[in-house]
Structures are given as structure tokens and as C-alpha cells.
Ligand binder design. Structure first.
Ligand SMILES: NC(=O)c1ccc[n+]([C@@H]2O[C@H](COP(=O)([O-])OP(=O)(O)OC[C@H]3O[C@@H](n4cnc5c(N)ncnc54)[C@H](O)[C@@H]3O)[C@@H](O)[C@H]2O)c1
Length: 222
């Protein structure tokens, strides 16, 4: 059941946590099997894509049976390294940042926001959703080697300087919610989440690829 990570297309790999969350729920409910149709409805990915994705995992659904939930759970846990918790730092405890701190990520997967930083003295010292908020000037002393991922929810104009600082402190993954494009060295991965772009994409897809209840067609790859 070994998986060569390099052979999984990136688009498939990105859907892994989504699949994992749902399959894990089924598993904890004691379900033994799941059909690609059920999966498709739950994770909102068309069933042809699911079948193709799952074939990369070596999970071949049987007609009239579907997929074996135990197999999938074991596989996803192993692949996503769910035994290990990834520690995350959040920078910018404003509207968006505060909402994230209240959201309990660990319920669904093993990432945990360990600490948060802000430049505003009024926000320092608070404990939001169980996460301590420190002054941004303490980044270097607070961030230890364990924290490898940072979520950026600062104003756009602060994004690059903050990213540089985080990387200097050992961060190798950045989830960037600011509209700013940031430059990073080659060993750092940035995922950019731009709600305006996502919304535009949704509207575009609604216009050009209207949903058809009978659909089995594949969505275009990113
Ligand atoms: N609020 C939203 O719905 C939303 C949606 C999509 C994207 N965004 C983007 O996310 C980012 C945050 O948005 P928001 O609405 O939470 O803004 P906000 O103004 O409420 O929060 C920004 C926080 O960052 C802090 N900050 C400013 N400079 C800093 C620095 N140098 N170091 C550390 N902290 C610093 C501020 O004190 C503040 O607490 C923005 O870039 C925004 O464009 C927001």
C-alpha cells in the first residue's frame, strides 16, 4: 500500500484532506463501505474524478459494493501523516484571524494553531480560542523549530515583511489570505487563498459549466 507521493497529481493531493475528513467520519460511525456516488455528494467532487483519484491510491471500487472504508482510512492516515500534528502560527489577529482562532481545526485534521501574533498592543496577552496572542516582535523568540506553517491574516501591505520574518524563523509553508503576492525562496511553499478570485471562479463556472443533475462529466483540471 506504499504510495509514491510524486505520482499523485497535485489536484488529487489537494483533495486528500477532504476525502479523509468524510471517510474518517464514516469510519467512526462504523460504516464498512461507501459508494463513489455517496462520496461525490458529500465532498462535492464529481464521481468520475473520485474514481480516478482513488485509483491513484490503489483503491479500486467494486461494482455494487463501493470502497472499503477501513482500507481508505488506513491509507489516508498513513499518507497524510495524521499521527503527527503540524504546528501552525497565525499572524494578524483581526477579523479573519480571530475567526480562525475560534475554529477548532484539530477536530478534523492534525494541524494546530499553537500561537498567534499581532502588532496591536491591545490584542496582546489575550487567549483566543485557547491560543496565546504575542507581540509580533516576539516572533523570533517564540517560534521554535516545531512551527513550520504560518497563516497570514495581516493587511496586504504588511504581508511581505511578515513572510520574510517567518521564513527567517524557520517557516516553510505559508497560507496567505492577504491579496498580496509574496516572494519567497525556493524551499518555501505558499498557498494563496483569495476569496474574490474564488467567488469570480464560482460565478464563471455557474455561467459556463452549469450543474446538471445527471452529470458524470469531469470538471476541468486546474
Ligand atoms: N475579513 C475578510 O473577510 C477577509 C476576506 C478575505 C481576505 N481578507 C484579507 O485578510 C487580511 C486580514 O483581514 P481582516 O479583515 O482580518 O483585517 P483586520 O484589519 O481586521 O486585521 C488585521 C490584523 O493584523 C494586525 N497587523 C497589522 N500589521 C501587522 C504586522 N506588521 N504584524 C502583525 N500584525 C499586524 C492588525 O493589528 C490587525 O489585528 C487582509 O489582508 C484582508 O485583505 C480578509
Amino acid at each position: 500500500m506504499e504510495l509514491d507521493q510524486n505520482k499523485i497529481p497535485q489536484a488529487t493531493a489537494k483533495r486528500l484532506p477532504l476525502y479523509y475528513r468524510f471517510i474518517n467520519n464514516l469510519h467512526s460511525q462504523g460504516k464498512q463501505r461507501v459508494s463513489s456516488k455517496e462520496l461525490s455528494e458529500a465532498v462535492k467532487v464529481d464521481s468520475a474524478t473520485i474514481r480516478r483519484d482513488f485509483s491513484y491510491f490503489g483503491a479500486l471500487g467494486k461494482k455494487g459494493y463501493g470502497y472499503n472504508v477501513n482500507y481508505l482510512v488506513t491509507f489516508f492516515r498513513k499518507t497524510l501523516d495524521q499521527d503527527e500534528t503540524t504546528k501552525v502560527a497565525l499572524i494578524g489577529v483581526g477579523n479573519l484571524g480571530t475567526a480562525f482562532l475560534h475554529y477548532n481545526f484539530t477536530k478534523n485534521n492534525n494541524t494546530k494553531i499553537e500561537m498567534a501574533f499581532d502588532a496591536n498592543a491591545e490584542k496582546i496577552g489575550d487567549d483566543i480560542g485557547g491560543v496565546p496572542v504575542y507581540h509580533i516582535d516576539e516572533v523570533e523568540e517564540r517560534l521554535n523549530e516545531d512551527v513550520s506553517v504560518a497563516i497570514l491574516t495581516v493587511p496586504a501591505q504588511a504581508a511581505q515583511a511578515i513572510a520574510d520574518r517567518m521564513i527567517e524563523a524557520g517557516v516553510i509553508g505559508i497560507l496567505n489570505f492577504t491579496p498580496a503576492r509574496i516572494n519567497v525562496p525556493g524551499h518555501v511553499r505558499v498557498h494563496h487563498i483569495d476569496l474574490a478570485v474564488e467567488l469570480q471562479a464560482l460565478v464563471y463556472f455557474l455561467k459556463h459549466y452549469p450543474m446538471d443533475e445527471e452529470e458524470v462529466e469531469e470538471e476541468p483540471e486546474e
